[in-house]
Design a protein around this ligand. Sequence first.
Ligand code: HAM
Length: 423
Amino acid sequence: MASELIQAVRGMKDILPEQVNLWQQAEQALRDVFAAYAYQEIRLPLIEKTELFSRTIGEATDIVAKEMYTFTDRNGDSLTLRPEGTAGCVRAGIEHGLFHNRQQKVWYMGPMFRHERPQKGRYRQFHQAGVEAFGFPGPDVDAELIAMCVRIFKVLDLAGLELQINSLGTPQSRATYRDMLVGYLAGYEDQLDADSRSRLQTNPLRILDSKSPATQEVLSGAPDIRDTWDSESQQHFDGLCAALRQLQIRFTVNPRLVRGLDYYSRTVFEWVSRDLGAQGTVCAGGRYDGLVQLLGHKTAVPAAGFALGLERLVELMLQNGVDAGTAPDVYLAMSGPGTRDLGMRVAEDLRDRGHSVQWHCGEGSLKSQIKRADKSGATIALIIGDDELAANSVTVKPLRSDREQVTIAVAQIGERLSGYFEH
Ligand code: HAM
């Protein structure tokens, strides 16, 4: 009996060669933008102590309560595959003294793990590029983070992303709001969806995110978080709005935007695309002024950051028609004794000049090789047959334009070919 095929774990996606170029383009653009804002890379472990996440993200959040990949290792320690990068970043910063009288601006990129119900745009292993700024209390850094997102979308030619912002105030004002919201919603408990009803005790602010129309109806009369902001939070928010206007960045204030992690205070924001269906949030973040001290640092360190979902970014690139660009510049077709030796030299010479060259492996008539060249997406085919070999030349066959086929001397390849690849 044939054994059953082993498939990838549900929700963990392979990134196949035809898409990997888009990923690399996205990753390069991100690195360039992070460097343009003078942020430095930090590389962190994929596994941390479970407590790191439960203490920072919050016991009552979906991430900690339902979605973590937690296991006991051989020493009996409870460990967790990181569901996000902020907590690890703060842990590392404290552990290595990065916050001692210093400001820090860092970025990271890599896989995260959450046991969510998989669907388009939502996976159990997914990738984030994240940015964290430590030691900056003012709204200018919030605006800088948002400007960085704008630049990422601009570099990648992505349209249709909308910015929503809100403020969660201070922990005290948030507690006041929480009480007001619970007080209001308690009067409508029987009209709430089941999830929201159970959140009433555990995590009432998340009810604001409910997709249930009945719950949304109830929420239309709910208290507004803005009424509970203290004056400093109000000032901070006004400062951010002014900076965004100065930068000509359009935004919507969404007083129901609360985020799914407990560590935020004051500014929160999300970039949402309507082109991605239910999982439309491409990028999200905010300020977390209390987190560094919560994890044991002696002094408070104001902090803010965001993380961008790479699967969603790449999907948007596909939808916006960004060229996957996997094709080689040149496909080299050879037929006849000795032609492969010349072909080898020509291919290496072209690679020295910075071109990508796909070498035809194995045999086959020139006709079938040209068919393959066409399929490869190459810009031109270079053909070396008996005649070319005798004259130390190559024939250039343009594959994507009406230009004539020409035969050129090998010595002229450098100067004659560059014209084919100008964009
Ligand atoms: P988050 O909102 O949990 O925030 O995730 C940020 C982004 O990661 C989301 O907007 C989405 O694009 C992507 N993402 C999250 N879960 C999944 C999933 N299951 N599948 C695919 N993509 C997903 C954070 O993680 C915070 N650490 C962000 C932050 C950094 N705040 C301050 N600094």
